[in-house]
Design a protein around this ligand. Sequence first.
Ligand SMILES: [Zn+2]
Length: 492
Amino acid sequence: MSGEFVYVDFGAVRIQQYLTRTAGLRGHRAASNTLARATADEQVARVVGDLAEVNPEAGQADGVVSLRFPAAAGDRAERVRRVQDRVLAHLRRALPGAEFQSVWGAGQSYLAVYADILQPKARAGRVRHDLPPVAEFPLAVPCRMCHTDPAAGTEPVADGELALCLDCSMRNVPHRQTVADVRSPEGALLREIGLGSAPDDFAGLAALGGAASGGNHLATVAVDGNAFGVFFKALADEGRRDTRLRKAKREISAALSTATREALAVAALELPATMEHERLCVVPHVVGGDDVLVSLPADQAWWFTLMFLQEFGRRVRTETAQVIDRLNELRAGRLGLPALEPPTASAGVVFAHAAHPLNLLVESAGQRLAEAKRAFGGRQASVQWLDITADGPEAPAHPPLPLSLLRTGQGGESAAAAALSRLKRVPASHRARLAEAVRASGPLTAAALADRVGHLTAVRPFLPPFDRPGQPAASGIALDAALNLTRWWPCA
Ligand SMILES: [Zn+2]
């Protein structure tokens, strides 16, 4: 059929775990730079030559390559195989230790093919995998940097020589070369906000926190969109029948990745630490379509997370307003289809000492993100957090919270956010005693203790009504969660 294309997508599998498998920030930066260069449009176009073109309908996402060619041309499956052979060989050379997959399908628009074919295929595992080669020699020395792959040779490193695998060899770049490539998430952000780069190790990044923070703790924040799949599917379905939606179908993925990048730039720029030091105080590891992973000083995390989720939500609402109105108009005509809401994003935030291994933090932040999304069925922006230093690495005892409860900034501060700022003014040692009292004997004992030292007003919004102790607190946040939150809540 004329106008049809065959779409071939490539992605790195578990990209966050891959990028963070070596301990130092320099190694991640090198891997992130290499990934950005290897998946850049001009590079991929050279690799595939006249077999396919870079897909202009797909949005920008790290570690993702989307190609297309006219569906009329010859044997599709054979041509897909040749495209995959070339691209996978290219990616394997660039990133020896990564895992890739590729999926393909044909149709009228990328969005429809993505929703109807590519995503279901990927979910069902009907993809072409490309794995790192296994050790040919079973007694090979393991790599001394990642302890994952067999060493391929010995190389000079900062303090001597180490047996490294091919992937760690790629990451072992001299100090002066670790500046972010303009195509990497960090390089793109630096270019957008026009400031100097973040320090090149995690201790240096943590030290950018405020004096009161101790300057040795970092937060890892993982963000992911809610209900984008439902939105894309609805748009793909209705877009087949409706001419007004056809243009939107072509443009919406790109518009949504732009919303992600802009929200990230605003949140990074507005951080108190960024303003104080006049340099970037956030290190983005991954910036995908609606997917973000960053490290930053612990005392900046709530600023960043709340600002990002608010900005992202606002931009997505604007970008999707007309499309959602039209979709709801069409869906209202059919029974059983609920009205669509604009997609939002949720976040998982993990606080830990700067020396805590990033791969464990990334895993924990991902689990908190999943808890936040699950608690609200992906229907509203939400956040879950964990303070590993204070509470250990297990799942937190407090429930995730909706973003609406923690709202700060331009939209007006929520009552709960204002109450948290007042609770933060209670000295930390008193808050620690209150937390202990809640744990040992419940919120009313803690309230009596707070009353004795003159802090009952600060604590009251987080208490259940005195006559109905099983009811939720007036602020919507229980005292134990509130005390936990205030450890890294910004000082007003
Ligand atoms: Zn290695």
